[in-house]
Design a protein around this ligand. Structure first.
Ligand code: 13P
Ligand code: SF4
Length: 300
């Protein structure tokens, strides 16, 4: 029997497919991917890939964004149940009510949201461009959905009034200041890098708050030899592979996104063999959501 990696490689050629994987995916999936990145990088790749099929190793909103941006390609999400719980914390009817309460506010939605929420928004953002996106807008008030931690983080870098939503990422939100203080005590020479989905008390103790690819870039350019990483622990795969001379310590053993870990090599293979699960977005929602994504891609 041919090894799984070879079968996947053969199928990629047969289908003219490309495999995109998020930085939180299992190590073995990251190693099989054509492109590994953060939400912004993966959206950009979804647009520019000259492939018939995009196999998205990530969670639902990521595959959905690829389907919104590239309707001419078949987008596969190997595990249908790979949902992002934060994305489910904002729904379109509630957003419409909030918009009615704040008629002068521009709506900025984090890409970790459904197509229906994107369709109700003026512009999307990711963790790597949220500050630039907010500051690119004329409005003085911003309704920021669904991540309150990212919204609060952005408010540090803008004069605009940020109205936050009650959403959060459970993986990042469970991390508290005590976790960072303990890790700093154990590794006093380490730089502390966290994700802006973390609570303000965690960001306050960090040397930098960066997107997942921002963390990878920062580490490769830093002269430090030790790092405390305050984000989902799948990050250590890329960090350790790209920086064999540096040491990495996780800020919290509980920072594991089970949704990001659902795809295994055999599930990826099966998805390509059986062309499942195809992600589609109804055309009326897709065109509206695409506007919000296109506006974001024009800013960064
Ligand atoms: P980025 O990779 O864009 O930083 O996003 C983190 C995340 O939580 C994705 O689910
Ligand atoms: Fe959603 Fe958080 Fe998992 Fe990212 S890490 S997919 S934001 S739950």
């Amino acid at each position: 029997m041919q090894p799984i990696a070879e079968q996947i490689q053969d199928l990629k050629e047969e289908l003219n497919a490309v495999i995109l994987a998020h930085n939180y995916q299992r190590c073995e999936i990251q190693q099989m991917a054509d492109f590994v990145g953060d939400s912004l990088g993966l959206s950009q790749q979804a647009v520019k890939q000259d492939a018939d099929v995009i196999v998205f190793c990530g969670v639902d909103f990521m595959a959905e964004s690829a389907a919104i941006l590239s309707p001419d390609k078949t987008v596969l999400l190997p595990v249908k149940e790979a949902h992002c719980p934060m994305s489910a914390m904002a729904e379109a009817p509630a957003l419409r009510e909030a918009k009615a309460k704040h008629p002068d506010a521009a709506v900025v939605c984090y890409v970790n949201s459904s197509a229906a929420v994107k369709a109700e928004s003026d512009i999307c953002c990711t963790s790597s461009n949220a500050v630039e996106v907010v500051n690119s807008l004329d409005a003085d008030e911003i309704l920021f959905v669904p991540d309150m931690n990212l919204g609060n983080y952005v408010s540090r870098f803008t004069d605009k009034k940020i109205i936050t939503w009650e959403g959060h990422c459970p993986v990042h939100h469970q991390m508290v200041a005590e976790d960072i203080l303990l890790a700093k005590h154990e590794h006093p020479d380490a730089e502390v890098l966290v994700h802006p989905e973390c609570r303000a008390e965690v960001i306050d103790l960090a040397d930098a708050a960066l997107s997942t690819s921002g963390i990878l870039k920062h580490v490769s350019e830093s002269s430090s030899l030790e790092f405390i990483i305050g984000t989902e622990n799948g990050m250590l795969c890329g960090l350790e592979a790209q920086n064999p001379d540096k040491m990495f310590y996780i800020a919290s053993p509980f920072a594991v996104c089970v949704n990001m870990k659902m795809i295994t090599p055999s599930i990826l293979l099966e998805s390509m063999e059986e062309m499942k699960h195809v992600v589609t977005v109804p055309e009326d929602l897709r065109t509206k959501a695409k506007l919000a994504l296109d506006r974001m891609l024009a800013v960064v």
